[in-house]
Design a protein around this ligand. Sequence first.
Ligand code: GLN
Length: 314
Amino acid sequence: MTYEGLYRWGREELLSAEITEAQLDARLLLESVCGTGRNDLLVHGDREVDSEKQNAYERLIAGRKARIPLQQLTGVQEFMGLEFLVDEHVLIPRQDTEILVEEVLKNLYDGMRILDLCTGSGCILISLLHYSNDCEGVGADISAEALEVARRNARKLLGPKAWAEAGASVGTGAEDVRELGCGEDDAAGAGDRDGRISFVQGDLFEKAEGKFDIIVSNPPYISSGVIGTLMPEVREHEPLGALDGGEDGLSFYRRIVEECRPHLCGGGMLFLEIGYDQADDVRKLMEDAGFLEINVVKDYGGLDRVVYGTKGFE
Ligand code: GLN
């Protein structure tokens, strides 16, 4: 079949399954299978697609009809201008979370140590390290599978030399980078910055050692009762552990605000992504814990998205 014929078929299949972005998803899946770009549909629509690629595309369309998220089918999601690997073990990075990263970046200086709790794909911590000069970061997550994705992203986007985890040699990192098809060039600029990132598996602060200048987190914050009402893509295919914030959605905030004190330097800052209706509650938690200069930041949709504050000197 021709490229355009295949696209039209995919689009109709997705429309019949009532996938909202049928047109876009059909095109992006085809581009992902064929290694093509947006212009190919316009310029090279009459080219024949070989049967192997056609079969692969048919499988992806079937997956999308079964409500598997587009990003789990293509295996990637862009975040902060970087391409992160994703799978079913991590939350797909959301654009709203870029607000959180940008707020941290405004307050980040050379030499700082950052802790990212519930790191998932690692998108927050890796972006912070990518867009800063001389900072060091630890990503913590309870899920071993999520951390595997975060490690692969760190190697892909920061380069093997940034890899500081005990037992992880530069050699291992380099092999993985080759496997992923990205050479040293993709990690340009990372060569002189050794050992900047590491990951620990544990429940929030359980395995976090030492003190940090910045603690950041986009923890699970959806109330348990609401999860059943989410889109099937989210409720059936994204990890429940990355979504469920307990009965009132606030359980991770309570624990983070309560437990962070011994891990935060005097004058250190805590940054939290929140749900649109959680600003008052999270601000109150931080006030009660003695945080100073607490601010709420809105996302581009005008909804409250980030709360941050500073720990006073003891
Ligand atoms: N920190 C990751 C993100 O923002 C994962 C968050 C989570 O699992 N709740 O995408």
